[in-house]
Design a protein around this ligand. Sequence first.
Ligand SMILES: [Zn+2]
Length: 446
Amino acid sequence: MSGAHPIPRRALRADLLDFTGDPGLGAPGLGMVRHRPDHWLLIEHGRIAAVQPGARPPGPDWLCEDHRGQLLTPGLIDTHVHSVQLDVIASYGSELLDWLERYTFPAEARHADAAHAREQAETFADALLAHGTTSAVVFPSVHATSVDALFGAAQRRGMRLITGKVLMDRHAPEGLRDDVSQAQAQCQALIARWHGTDRLAYAVTPRFAATSTPEQLAMAGALLQLHAGVYMQTHVAESRAEVAWIARLFPEARSYLDVYHRAGLLNERAVLAHGIWLDDADRKLLADTGAQVAHSPSSNLFLGSGLFDWQAMVDARAEVSLASDVGGGTSLSMLRTMADAYRVQALRGVRLSAFKALHSATLGAARALKLEHEIGSLEPGRIADVTLWDWAAGSVARSRDALARDLHERLFAWMMLADERNLVTTLVAGRTQYKRRGNDAGALES
Ligand SMILES: [Zn+2]
Protein backbone atom coordinates (compact mmCIF):
# COMPACT_ATOMS: atom_id res chain seq x y z
CA MET A 1 0.00 0.00 0.00
CA SER A 2 2.82 2.42 -0.65
CA GLY A 3 2.18 5.78 -2.22
CA ALA A 4 5.02 5.32 -4.69
CA HIS A 5 2.73 3.99 -7.41
CA PRO A 6 -0.49 5.99 -7.41
CA ILE A 7 -3.51 3.97 -8.39
CA PRO A 8 -4.69 5.33 -11.73
CA ARG A 9 -8.19 6.51 -12.32
CA ARG A 10 -9.71 3.51 -13.93
CA ALA A 11 -12.99 3.07 -15.79
CA LEU A 12 -14.59 -0.24 -16.82
CA ARG A 13 -17.37 -0.46 -19.42
CA ALA A 14 -19.64 -3.49 -18.98
CA ASP A 15 -23.13 -4.67 -17.94
CA LEU A 16 -23.35 -3.56 -14.32
CA LEU A 17 -25.49 -5.58 -11.91
CA ASP A 18 -25.95 -5.09 -8.18
CA PHE A 19 -28.72 -4.72 -5.60
CA THR A 20 -30.24 -1.91 -3.60
CA GLY A 21 -32.04 -4.25 -1.19
CA ASP A 22 -33.16 -7.83 -0.60
CA PRO A 23 -35.09 -9.28 -3.57
CA GLY A 24 -36.63 -11.88 -1.22
CA LEU A 25 -37.34 -15.59 -1.63
CA GLY A 26 -39.91 -16.65 -4.20
CA ALA A 27 -40.74 -15.32 -7.63
CA PRO A 28 -38.03 -13.13 -9.16
CA GLY A 29 -38.99 -9.47 -9.03
CA LEU A 30 -36.94 -6.56 -10.27
CA GLY A 31 -37.68 -4.36 -7.25
CA MET A 32 -34.26 -4.40 -5.59
CA VAL A 33 -32.25 -5.21 -8.72
CA ARG A 34 -30.05 -2.52 -10.24
CA HIS A 35 -29.19 -3.51 -13.79
CA ARG A 36 -27.26 -1.01 -15.83
CA PRO A 37 -26.31 -2.59 -19.16
CA ASP A 38 -23.45 -0.90 -21.00
CA HIS A 39 -22.32 1.52 -18.30
CA TRP A 40 -18.98 2.83 -17.11
CA LEU A 41 -17.84 2.08 -13.57
CA LEU A 42 -15.37 4.78 -12.52
CA ILE A 43 -12.76 3.87 -9.89
CA GLU A 44 -10.57 6.39 -8.13
CA HIS A 45 -8.19 5.83 -5.19
CA GLY A 46 -9.46 2.26 -4.91
CA ARG A 47 -13.07 3.28 -4.46
CA ILE A 48 -16.06 3.47 -6.77
CA ALA A 49 -16.30 7.09 -7.85
CA ALA A 50 -19.29 7.10 -10.20
CA VAL A 51 -21.38 5.17 -12.70
CA GLN A 52 -22.37 6.64 -16.06
CA PRO A 53 -23.85 5.45 -19.38
CA GLY A 54 -21.63 3.79 -21.97
CA ALA A 55 -22.25 6.58 -24.42
CA ARG A 56 -20.65 9.06 -22.00
CA PRO A 57 -17.00 7.96 -21.53
CA PRO A 58 -14.92 9.62 -18.85
CA GLY A 59 -12.21 12.13 -19.81
CA PRO A 60 -8.69 11.51 -21.13
CA ASP A 61 -7.19 11.28 -17.64
CA TRP A 62 -9.00 7.97 -17.06
CA LEU A 63 -7.62 4.57 -17.98
CA CYS A 64 -10.58 3.16 -19.92
CA GLU A 65 -11.19 -0.59 -20.34
CA ASP A 66 -13.93 -1.70 -22.67
CA HIS A 67 -15.66 -4.91 -21.57
CA ARG A 68 -18.90 -4.41 -23.44
CA GLY A 69 -21.02 -7.55 -23.37
CA GLN A 70 -19.53 -8.81 -20.09
CA LEU A 71 -21.14 -8.84 -16.66
CA LEU A 72 -19.72 -6.73 -13.84
CA THR A 73 -20.80 -7.50 -10.27
CA PRO A 74 -19.55 -6.59 -6.82
CA GLY A 75 -16.82 -8.96 -5.59
CA LEU A 76 -18.36 -12.09 -4.10
CA ILE A 77 -18.43 -12.72 -0.36
CA ASP A 78 -17.93 -16.21 1.10
CA THR A 79 -18.99 -16.17 4.76
CA HIS A 80 -17.66 -19.60 5.73
CA VAL A 81 -14.66 -21.39 4.28
CA HIS A 82 -11.72 -23.34 5.72
CA SER A 83 -8.37 -22.25 4.31
CA VAL A 84 -6.67 -25.33 5.77
CA GLN A 85 -8.99 -27.83 4.12
CA LEU A 86 -8.01 -27.33 0.47
CA ASP A 87 -6.12 -30.62 0.74
CA VAL A 88 -9.21 -32.61 1.70
CA ILE A 89 -11.72 -31.14 -0.74
CA ALA A 90 -13.63 -33.98 -2.40
CA SER A 91 -12.78 -36.71 0.11
CA TYR A 92 -14.99 -39.79 -0.24
CA GLY A 93 -17.46 -41.49 1.95
CA SER A 94 -18.01 -39.72 5.28
CA GLU A 95 -20.54 -37.78 7.24
CA LEU A 96 -19.53 -34.86 9.42
CA LEU A 97 -18.03 -36.36 12.58
CA ASP A 98 -16.21 -39.16 10.78
CA TRP A 99 -15.04 -36.74 8.09
CA LEU A 100 -13.44 -34.52 10.72
CA GLU A 101 -11.51 -37.48 12.20
CA ARG A 102 -10.48 -39.13 8.95
CA TYR A 103 -9.63 -36.21 6.72
CA THR A 104 -9.86 -32.78 8.30
CA PHE A 105 -7.89 -33.07 11.51
CA PRO A 106 -4.82 -34.66 9.86
CA ALA A 107 -4.80 -31.89 7.21
CA GLU A 108 -5.13 -29.18 9.85
CA ALA A 109 -2.36 -30.68 11.99
CA ARG A 110 0.11 -29.97 9.18
CA HIS A 111 -0.43 -26.22 9.71
CA ALA A 112 1.66 -26.29 12.87
CA ASP A 113 4.54 -25.94 10.40
CA ALA A 114 4.87 -22.22 9.64
CA ALA A 115 6.31 -22.73 6.15
CA HIS A 116 3.45 -25.06 5.17
CA ALA A 117 0.92 -22.63 6.68
CA ARG A 118 2.34 -19.73 4.68
CA GLU A 119 2.44 -21.63 1.41
CA GLN A 120 -1.14 -22.86 1.83
CA ALA A 121 -2.41 -19.41 2.83
CA GLU A 122 -0.96 -17.87 -0.33
CA THR A 123 -2.49 -20.62 -2.45
CA PHE A 124 -5.83 -20.16 -0.71
CA ALA A 125 -5.94 -16.37 -1.14
CA ASP A 126 -5.09 -16.63 -4.82
CA ALA A 127 -7.69 -19.36 -5.26
CA LEU A 128 -10.41 -17.19 -3.70
CA LEU A 129 -9.59 -14.36 -6.11
CA ALA A 130 -9.50 -16.77 -9.06
CA HIS A 131 -13.07 -17.73 -8.16
CA GLY A 132 -14.27 -14.12 -7.87
CA THR A 133 -14.35 -14.05 -4.07
CA THR A 134 -12.89 -10.82 -2.72
CA SER A 135 -14.08 -11.03 0.91
CA ALA A 136 -14.26 -14.06 3.17
CA VAL A 137 -14.87 -15.26 6.69
CA VAL A 138 -12.34 -18.01 7.16
CA PHE A 139 -11.47 -20.86 9.52
CA PRO A 140 -7.73 -21.50 9.62
CA SER A 141 -6.38 -24.06 12.11
CA VAL A 142 -5.81 -24.03 15.86
CA HIS A 143 -2.26 -22.75 15.31
CA ALA A 144 -1.49 -19.04 15.59
CA THR A 145 0.92 -19.53 12.67
CA SER A 146 -2.01 -20.34 10.39
CA VAL A 147 -3.75 -17.10 11.42
CA ASP A 148 -0.66 -14.98 10.81
CA ALA A 149 -0.18 -16.66 7.44
CA LEU A 150 -3.74 -16.04 6.37
CA PHE A 151 -3.94 -12.43 7.50
CA GLY A 152 -0.59 -11.79 5.82
CA ALA A 153 -1.75 -13.29 2.52
CA ALA A 154 -4.96 -11.24 2.57
CA GLN A 155 -3.12 -8.07 3.52
CA ARG A 156 -0.70 -8.40 0.63
CA ARG A 157 -3.67 -8.61 -1.73
CA GLY A 158 -5.64 -5.81 -0.06
CA MET A 159 -8.53 -8.15 0.73
CA ARG A 160 -11.31 -7.86 3.30
CA LEU A 161 -10.77 -10.92 5.45
CA ILE A 162 -12.17 -12.04 8.78
CA THR A 163 -10.50 -14.92 10.60
CA GLY A 164 -9.15 -16.07 13.93
CA LYS A 165 -7.42 -18.93 15.66
CA VAL A 166 -9.60 -22.03 15.96
CA LEU A 167 -10.39 -22.88 19.59
CA MET A 168 -10.37 -26.59 20.48
CA ASP A 169 -9.52 -27.82 23.95
CA ARG A 170 -11.22 -31.21 23.85
CA HIS A 171 -12.39 -33.98 21.51
CA ALA A 172 -9.60 -33.27 19.07
CA PRO A 173 -6.32 -35.12 18.49
CA GLU A 174 -3.04 -34.27 20.16
CA GLY A 175 -1.39 -31.42 18.30
CA LEU A 176 -4.74 -29.78 17.53
CA ARG A 177 -5.76 -29.07 21.11
CA ASP A 178 -5.14 -25.87 23.00
CA ASP A 179 -6.16 -24.96 26.54
CA VAL A 180 -8.09 -22.04 27.93
CA SER A 181 -5.24 -19.84 29.14
CA GLN A 182 -2.95 -20.52 26.17
CA ALA A 183 -5.81 -19.90 23.74
CA GLN A 184 -6.76 -16.69 25.52
CA ALA A 185 -3.20 -15.35 25.37
CA GLN A 186 -2.89 -16.24 21.67
CA CYS A 187 -6.23 -14.61 20.81
CA GLN A 188 -5.27 -11.43 22.67
CA ALA A 189 -1.96 -11.24 20.82
CA LEU A 190 -3.57 -11.91 17.43
CA ILE A 191 -6.30 -9.33 18.03
CA ALA A 192 -3.67 -6.74 18.96
CA ARG A 193 -1.61 -7.62 15.88
CA TRP A 194 -4.31 -7.84 13.22
CA HIS A 195 -7.79 -6.61 14.17
CA GLY A 196 -8.55 -3.34 12.38
CA THR A 197 -5.30 -3.42 10.39
CA ASP A 198 -6.04 -2.51 6.77
CA ARG A 199 -9.12 -4.56 5.84
CA LEU A 200 -8.61 -7.33 8.35
CA ALA A 201 -10.82 -8.21 11.28
CA TYR A 202 -10.47 -10.83 13.97
CA ALA A 203 -13.06 -13.50 14.68
CA VAL A 204 -13.18 -15.45 17.92
CA THR A 205 -13.46 -18.98 16.49
CA PRO A 206 -14.63 -21.90 18.61
CA ARG A 207 -14.78 -24.76 16.09
CA PHE A 208 -18.06 -26.04 17.54
CA ALA A 209 -19.53 -26.71 20.94
CA ALA A 210 -18.19 -30.27 21.10
CA THR A 211 -14.54 -29.28 20.76
CA SER A 212 -14.55 -26.54 23.41
CA THR A 213 -15.10 -27.02 27.14
CA PRO A 214 -17.70 -24.76 28.78
CA GLU A 215 -14.73 -22.87 30.26
CA GLN A 216 -13.27 -22.21 26.83
CA LEU A 217 -16.63 -21.06 25.45
CA ALA A 218 -16.94 -18.68 28.41
CA MET A 219 -13.45 -17.35 27.69
CA ALA A 220 -14.50 -16.79 24.06
CA GLY A 221 -17.56 -14.85 25.23
CA ALA A 222 -15.38 -12.75 27.54
CA LEU A 223 -13.07 -11.90 24.61
CA LEU A 224 -16.07 -10.59 22.66
CA GLN A 225 -17.08 -8.46 25.63
CA LEU A 226 -13.59 -7.05 25.86
CA HIS A 227 -13.06 -6.29 22.17
CA ALA A 228 -15.90 -4.44 20.48
CA GLY A 229 -16.05 -5.00 16.74
CA VAL A 230 -14.44 -8.43 16.88
CA TYR A 231 -16.44 -11.13 15.05
CA MET A 232 -17.43 -14.61 16.20
CA GLN A 233 -17.59 -17.63 13.93
CA THR A 234 -18.51 -21.23 14.62
CA HIS A 235 -20.64 -24.12 13.39
CA VAL A 236 -24.15 -24.96 14.55
CA ALA A 237 -26.67 -27.75 13.95
CA GLU A 238 -25.05 -29.20 10.85
CA SER A 239 -25.85 -32.89 11.23
CA ARG A 240 -28.29 -34.83 13.38
CA ALA A 241 -25.57 -36.94 15.02
CA GLU A 242 -23.75 -33.75 15.96
CA VAL A 243 -26.91 -32.20 17.45
CA ALA A 244 -27.48 -35.34 19.56
CA TRP A 245 -23.87 -35.24 20.79
CA ILE A 246 -24.16 -31.58 21.82
CA ALA A 247 -27.36 -32.36 23.71
CA ARG A 248 -25.44 -35.00 25.71
CA LEU A 249 -22.51 -32.67 26.36
CA PHE A 250 -24.65 -29.69 27.41
CA PRO A 251 -27.79 -31.12 29.06
CA GLU A 252 -28.55 -27.78 30.69
CA ALA A 253 -28.90 -25.94 27.36
CA ARG A 254 -32.30 -25.64 25.67
CA SER A 255 -30.74 -26.31 22.26
CA TYR A 256 -27.44 -26.45 20.43
CA LEU A 257 -27.67 -22.75 19.59
CA ASP A 258 -28.49 -22.00 23.22
CA VAL A 259 -25.04 -23.32 24.23
CA TYR A 260 -23.51 -20.39 22.36
CA HIS A 261 -26.08 -17.95 23.68
CA ARG A 262 -25.31 -18.93 27.27
CA ALA A 263 -21.62 -18.33 26.62
CA GLY A 264 -22.34 -14.82 25.30
CA LEU A 265 -21.30 -15.67 21.75
CA LEU A 266 -24.34 -14.48 19.80
CA ASN A 267 -24.34 -10.92 18.53
CA GLU A 268 -24.64 -9.03 15.26
CA ARG A 269 -21.08 -10.02 14.31
CA ALA A 270 -21.65 -13.74 14.87
CA VAL A 271 -21.46 -16.03 11.82
CA LEU A 272 -22.79 -19.56 12.36
CA ALA A 273 -22.27 -22.08 9.61
CA HIS A 274 -25.10 -24.43 8.57
CA GLY A 275 -28.01 -24.01 10.99
CA ILE A 276 -29.92 -26.88 9.40
CA TRP A 277 -31.36 -28.49 12.53
CA LEU A 278 -32.69 -25.40 14.29
CA ASP A 279 -36.20 -24.78 15.62
CA ASP A 280 -38.34 -21.66 15.66
CA ALA A 281 -37.06 -20.56 19.07
CA ASP A 282 -33.50 -20.80 17.75
CA ARG A 283 -34.38 -18.73 14.70
CA LYS A 284 -36.01 -16.10 16.88
CA LEU A 285 -32.84 -16.02 18.99
CA LEU A 286 -30.78 -15.48 15.83
CA ALA A 287 -33.05 -12.63 14.77
CA ASP A 288 -33.04 -11.07 18.26
CA THR A 289 -29.25 -11.17 18.55
CA GLY A 290 -28.55 -10.25 14.91
CA ALA A 291 -26.42 -13.35 14.38
CA GLN A 292 -26.39 -14.81 10.87
CA VAL A 293 -26.38 -18.28 9.41
CA ALA A 294 -23.81 -18.96 6.70
CA HIS A 295 -25.77 -21.37 4.53
CA SER A 296 -23.38 -23.90 2.98
CA PRO A 297 -25.40 -25.91 0.45
CA SER A 298 -22.54 -27.61 -1.38
CA SER A 299 -21.15 -28.98 1.87
CA ASN A 300 -24.60 -29.97 3.13
CA LEU A 301 -25.29 -31.96 -0.03
CA PHE A 302 -21.82 -33.50 -0.11
CA LEU A 303 -21.82 -34.70 3.50
CA GLY A 304 -25.54 -35.50 3.41
CA SER A 305 -26.17 -33.20 6.38
CA GLY A 306 -29.67 -32.02 5.51
CA LEU A 307 -31.73 -29.40 3.67
CA PHE A 308 -31.53 -25.87 5.08
CA ASP A 309 -34.91 -24.22 5.74
CA TRP A 310 -34.28 -20.79 4.25
CA GLN A 311 -37.97 -19.83 4.28
CA ALA A 312 -38.19 -20.36 8.04
CA MET A 313 -35.21 -18.03 8.48
CA VAL A 314 -36.93 -15.38 6.36
CA ASP A 315 -40.14 -15.83 8.36
CA ALA A 316 -38.15 -15.32 11.58
CA ARG A 317 -36.37 -12.29 10.07
CA ALA A 318 -33.00 -13.92 10.69
CA GLU A 319 -30.02 -13.17 8.47
CA VAL A 320 -28.71 -15.68 5.91
CA SER A 321 -25.59 -15.44 3.78
CA LEU A 322 -24.00 -17.97 1.43
CA ALA A 323 -20.83 -19.94 1.96
CA SER A 324 -18.75 -22.54 0.14
CA ASP A 325 -17.58 -24.35 3.31
CA VAL A 326 -14.65 -25.87 1.47
CA GLY A 327 -13.43 -28.59 2.23
CA GLY A 328 -16.91 -29.96 3.13
CA GLY A 329 -18.05 -27.98 0.11
CA THR A 330 -16.65 -29.11 -3.21
CA SER A 331 -15.90 -25.77 -4.86
CA LEU A 332 -14.66 -22.33 -3.86
CA SER A 333 -16.93 -20.92 -6.56
CA MET A 334 -19.80 -18.89 -5.14
CA LEU A 335 -21.61 -19.54 -8.44
CA ARG A 336 -21.46 -23.29 -7.79
CA THR A 337 -22.60 -22.49 -4.24
CA MET A 338 -25.58 -20.48 -5.51
CA ALA A 339 -26.51 -23.28 -7.92
CA ASP A 340 -26.40 -25.79 -5.05
CA ALA A 341 -28.50 -23.46 -2.92
CA TYR A 342 -31.10 -23.49 -5.69
CA ARG A 343 -31.10 -27.31 -5.67
CA VAL A 344 -31.45 -27.50 -1.87
CA GLN A 345 -34.40 -25.12 -1.91
CA ALA A 346 -35.96 -26.99 -4.84
CA LEU A 347 -35.92 -30.15 -2.71
CA ARG A 348 -37.82 -28.17 -0.06
CA GLY A 349 -40.36 -26.92 -2.61
CA VAL A 350 -38.99 -23.35 -2.55
CA ARG A 351 -37.67 -21.55 -5.62
CA LEU A 352 -34.51 -19.54 -5.09
CA SER A 353 -34.23 -16.81 -7.71
CA ALA A 354 -30.87 -15.89 -9.17
CA PHE A 355 -31.47 -12.39 -7.81
CA LYS A 356 -31.88 -13.62 -4.25
CA ALA A 357 -28.90 -15.96 -4.60
CA LEU A 358 -26.54 -13.31 -5.95
CA HIS A 359 -27.80 -10.79 -3.40
CA SER A 360 -26.94 -13.27 -0.65
CA ALA A 361 -23.35 -13.48 -1.89
CA THR A 362 -22.98 -9.70 -2.25
CA LEU A 363 -25.06 -6.99 -0.57
CA GLY A 364 -26.93 -9.44 1.68
CA ALA A 365 -23.70 -10.87 3.09
CA ALA A 366 -22.22 -7.38 3.44
CA ARG A 367 -25.23 -6.25 5.45
CA ALA A 368 -25.22 -9.35 7.62
CA LEU A 369 -21.53 -8.68 8.35
CA LYS A 370 -22.23 -4.97 9.03
CA LEU A 371 -19.90 -4.09 6.16
CA GLU A 372 -22.33 -2.63 3.62
CA HIS A 373 -20.55 0.74 3.86
CA GLU A 374 -17.48 -0.97 2.37
CA ILE A 375 -18.46 -3.96 0.21
CA GLY A 376 -21.36 -5.69 -1.53
CA SER A 377 -22.56 -3.08 -4.02
CA LEU A 378 -21.47 -0.73 -6.81
CA GLU A 379 -22.51 2.35 -4.84
CA PRO A 380 -20.11 5.33 -5.15
CA GLY A 381 -17.87 5.45 -2.09
CA ARG A 382 -17.66 1.67 -1.68
CA ILE A 383 -14.27 0.04 -2.04
CA ALA A 384 -13.85 -1.12 -5.63
CA ASP A 385 -13.97 -4.89 -5.12
CA VAL A 386 -15.33 -5.93 -8.48
CA THR A 387 -15.61 -9.04 -10.63
CA LEU A 388 -16.04 -9.21 -14.38
CA TRP A 389 -17.59 -12.28 -16.02
CA ASP A 390 -18.45 -13.77 -19.37
CA TRP A 391 -22.20 -14.25 -19.40
CA ALA A 392 -21.63 -17.58 -21.06
CA ALA A 393 -18.74 -19.83 -22.07
CA GLY A 394 -18.95 -22.79 -24.42
CA SER A 395 -21.48 -23.45 -27.13
CA VAL A 396 -24.28 -24.81 -24.93
CA ALA A 397 -24.23 -21.92 -22.46
CA ARG A 398 -23.88 -19.40 -25.27
CA SER A 399 -26.95 -20.59 -27.11
CA ARG A 400 -28.88 -20.71 -23.83
CA ASP A 401 -27.76 -17.15 -23.08
CA ALA A 402 -28.82 -15.97 -26.53
CA LEU A 403 -32.32 -17.37 -25.98
CA ALA A 404 -32.88 -15.79 -22.55
CA ARG A 405 -35.96 -13.58 -22.68
CA ASP A 406 -35.32 -11.36 -19.70
CA LEU A 407 -32.68 -10.45 -17.15
CA HIS A 408 -33.65 -13.08 -14.63
CA GLU A 409 -33.63 -15.87 -17.18
CA ARG A 410 -30.21 -14.76 -18.31
CA LEU A 411 -28.79 -14.44 -14.81
CA PHE A 412 -30.29 -17.77 -13.76
CA ALA A 413 -28.65 -19.56 -16.70
CA TRP A 414 -25.37 -17.82 -15.76
CA MET A 415 -25.72 -18.94 -12.15
CA MET A 416 -26.47 -22.55 -13.08
CA LEU A 417 -24.01 -22.96 -15.98
CA ALA A 418 -21.11 -20.62 -15.22
CA ASP A 419 -18.20 -21.14 -12.86
CA GLU A 420 -14.76 -19.67 -12.27
CA ARG A 421 -13.86 -20.28 -15.91
CA ASN A 422 -16.29 -17.49 -16.80
CA LEU A 423 -14.36 -15.08 -14.59
CA VAL A 424 -12.41 -12.53 -16.60
CA THR A 425 -10.94 -10.25 -13.93
CA THR A 426 -11.06 -9.70 -10.20
CA LEU A 427 -10.32 -6.25 -8.81
CA VAL A 428 -9.61 -5.66 -5.14
CA ALA A 429 -9.72 -2.02 -4.07
CA GLY A 430 -9.41 -1.06 -7.72
CA ARG A 431 -6.32 -3.17 -8.40
CA THR A 432 -6.32 -6.22 -10.65
CA GLN A 433 -5.63 -9.21 -8.43
CA TYR A 434 -6.70 -11.90 -10.89
CA LYS A 435 -6.76 -11.86 -14.66
CA ARG A 436 -7.66 -14.80 -16.83
CA ARG A 437 -4.93 -15.81 -19.22
CA GLY A 438 -5.68 -16.08 -22.92
CA ASN A 439 -9.08 -16.76 -24.32
CA ASP A 440 -10.78 -19.01 -21.90
CA ALA A 441 -13.88 -19.70 -23.68
CA GLY A 442 -11.67 -21.79 -25.94
CA ALA A 443 -10.88 -24.06 -23.03
CA LEU A 444 -14.54 -24.93 -22.77
CA GLU A 445 -15.08 -25.62 -26.45
CA SER A 446 -15.15 -29.28 -27.30
ZN1 LIG B 1 -17.16 -25.42 8.16
